[in-house]
Design a protein around this ligand. Structure first.
Ligand SMILES: NC(=O)c1ccc[n+]([C@@H]2O[C@H](COP(=O)([O-])OP(=O)(O)OC[C@H]3O[C@@H](n4cnc5c(N)ncnc54)[C@H](OP(=O)(O)O)[C@@H]3O)[C@@H](O)[C@H]2O)c1
Length: 285
């Protein structure tokens, strides 16, 4: 059957990636759906014959090398690449090990770079292609206790901005997506990987975590968290659009925080965040 071309969605076993893979398959793309959980991917493939499951651990350099080689060798190259796989860890900087920060960068930044490098030669041959990189609202400002995750997304933003200019001459588009807070397994995974922060932090930090917890409780009160379809629809709209924008942002806190980040100067935004996160005026004696 004639398809619309080959797409690759990483992190397709859950959340935004899963919905995006399904929607692209429905639009007629042949979708390579990649993630670690094989059974989840196989279940997805049962829903649409256009979905090809591929189990891969993007934090495993050997597995990533093999996967990249497979992508480079495809007779029909990937023309739509959705770099979506990602995760987060929490903790004030003193509570996060450097090896944990490296593991975040492996999946959220280095794997997408390697996959982009594997797909670009095919896209250049076609003289067309779309690369969608999942950033976040925190790709432009951090929350306390998620500096390292936010750093990976700031890096995704920088790579995307440079690449967009580099590959436009070949007809290749680079799109950055900045979701607000979305209801997926993301939060649960971050909690599981982080463990019990309060039991292991220095007593000095306890009031910081507590004040932040209260601040976040207030920030999230009355906010309804949308499901992953909101962002999957945005991604598919961007992929299918003839006049794609460089960046799309959608979801809770886009207006209240991301747009304020662009409106205020550094001092003004710092004051706003201290207030919003419950840390304003906190002094630990
Ligand atoms: N949810 C939000 O509030 C939010 C907001 C802004 C941005 N984002 C970004 O959106 C993207 C998707 O997140 P989501 O909310 O849909 O989260 P999710 O439901 O937790 O999905 C994350 C996906 O990444 C895959 N993944 C994680 N580590 C992997 C690894 N080592 N190798 C291969 N695949 C791996 C997971 O699959 P396996 O576990 O099966 O490997 C899963 O399919 C992420 O880049 C995230 O940073 C999310």
């Amino acid at each position: 059957m004639e398809t619309r071309g080959k797409a690759l969605v990483t992190g397709a076993s859950s959340g935004i990636g899963r919905e995006t893979a399904l929607k692209l398959a429905k639009e007629g793309f042949q979708v390579i759906a990649a993630a670690r959980r094989k059974e989840r991917l196989e279940e997805l493939a049962k829903q649409n014959p256009n979905i090809l499951p591929r189990s891969v651990d993007l934090s495993d350099s050997k597995a990533l090398d093999e996967f990249s080689k497979e992508l480079s060798d495809l007779s029909e190259p990937v023309s739509v690449l959705i770099n979506n796989a990602g995760f987060s860890l929490r903790g004030v900087l003193e509570d996060v090990s450097v090896s944990a920060v490296k593991s975040l960068f492996e999946v959220n930044l280095f794997a997408p770079i390697k996959i982009i490098q594997a797909c670009l030669p095919g896209m250049r041959r076609l003289r067309k292609g779309t690369i969608v990189n999942l950033s976040s609202i925190v790709g432009k400002f951090p929350f306390p206790t998620s500096g390292p995750y936010s750093a990976t997304k700031h890096a995704v933003e920088a790579i995307s901005d440079a690449l967009r200019m580099e590959v436009r001459p070949f007809g290749i588009r680079v799109i950055t997506i900045r979701p607000g807070v979305i209801g997926t397994e993301f939060n649960e995974t971050a909690n599981r990987l982080t463990g019990d922060l309060l039991s292991r932090t220095d007593p000095d930090y306890k009031p910081v975590y507590q004040a932040y917890g209260v601040g976040m409780g207030k920030l999230f009160a009355n906010v309804s968290i949308p499901g992953p379809e909101l962002i999957a629809d945005l991604i598919v709209e961007a992929v299918l659009s003839e006049s794609t924008k460089a960046v799309y942002a959608k979801g809770p806190f886009v207006k209240e925080l991301l747009e304020e980040r662009f409106r205020l100067d550094d001092e003004g935004f710092y004051e706003l965040m201290m207030e919003k996160t419950g840390l304003k005026g906190l002094v630990v004696k």
